[in-house]
Design a protein. Structure first.
Length: 329
């Protein structure tokens, strides 16, 4: 049952009531028109002429056409111009609006703003297979979805106060309403928020890794510039060649040191200079906290396998801490 969306009852083609489980409260037509669209609208049975038909599965556009053709062959044109229907298996409940209802422009405005449109008979048809529904001087029988008119039996059927989701009528001649968006508002909002958080998470992860790549690229470019190979077509190849010429059997030690520094350095440390002369390495960098320098020094000691000396630290104007490390290859 829908318990979150307002339910309005229209009786006699002009009188409106706001329905709750506890009461039926009269309400002005202007008040209904000022309500937020998407409400449930129950139209009293006296505003319809009911019939039924049997038709197999078909697309909605063709279903509307077949029902209209069927009605035009069975009833006067003034009854068949505006209708609604509900499908149950291969059977249909067809609700033809009485002319005075469909010709009332204010009532049509109410219909256009409704999320679900139904009637007491449609609610029983949507929730029960076999029953006898009685209203005014009319009794209608449904047997497994097949509709027939019978002689009146017993008292009038009870009037509903809520609208099950299975009891909404398809009304081809009204505008497409906001189909009871209210009941889906919370899960839809949660879904949108989850999607936004997911996208933001991807963006932050991308920014994090992109910054890391840029820092590594900047450090590598500084090494290329110091080795005077930055402007060559293949700076890595030229750096490797220089290392081989300079170091003989230990030609790859320079690149190995750079790799060790890269493994020890976290995203909280930014390299500003790496100076490698003979077997001595001087590393200059900056960070936001003294503790990060100590963590880096300890991790670098594990990678190098030798003592790492902290030569200098200096607090900069922007809040960063510049520092210098030295160690032997």
């Amino acid at each position: 049952m829908d318990t979150t969306t307002s339910t309005v009852l229209l009786t006699g083609g002009s009188d409106f009531f706001l329905l709750t489980d506890a009461a039926k409260t009269p309400v002005e037509k202007s008040a209904v028109l000022s309500m937020k669209s998407g409400y449930n609208l129950i139209i009293d049975d006296t505003s319809f002429f009911y019939t039924g038909m049997e038709f197999p599965q078909a697309p909605k556009r063709k279903t509307d056409m077949f029902i209209r053709n069927y009605l035009s062959s069975q009833f006067p044109a003034e009854l068949t111009s505006n209708f609604a229907y509900m499908k149950k298996g291969d059977n249909f409940l067809i609700c033809m609006f009485k002319p005075d209802l469909a010709e009332n422009s204010e009532v049509m405005s109410v219909l256009n703003r409704a999320g679900r449109i139904t009637s007491p008979m449609a609610i029983r048809y949507g929730t029960t297979d076999t029953f006898v529904h009685t209203y005014a001087d009319t009794s209608i029988q449904s047997e497994d979805g097949i509709i027939t008119h019978i002689e009146k039996q017993g008292q009038n059927s009870p009037k509903p106060t809520q609208v099950p989701s299975s009891s909404a009528l398809t009304v081809p001649f009204v505008k497409a309403p906001n189909a009871t968006l209210g009941e889906y508002k919370t899960p839809l909002t949660v879904l949108v928020l989850c999607y936004v958080l997911f996208v933001l998470g991807l963006w932050f992860r991308y920014e994090y890794h992109d910054n890391k790549v840029q820092r590594a690229q900047a450090m590598l470019n500084r090494i290329y510039q110091q080795a005077k190979v930055a402007d060559t077509p293949n700076p890595y190849g030229m750096l490797k060649s220089k290392a081989e010429k300079a170091g003989g059997g230990s030609s790859f030690q320079t690149l190995a040191v750079i790799e060790q520094i890269s493994r020890a350095q976290s995203e909280r440390i930014t390299a500003t200079s790496i100076d490698i002369k003979n077997r001595s390495v001087v590393y200059e960098g900056k960070t936001s906290d003294y503790a990060f320098i100590e963590d880096f020094r300890k991790q670098l000691k594990k990678e190098i396998g030798k003592e790492i000396n902290l030569l200098d630290t200096k607090k900069q104007d922007g809040g960063d801490i510049a520092f210098t490390l030295r160690f032997q290859q």
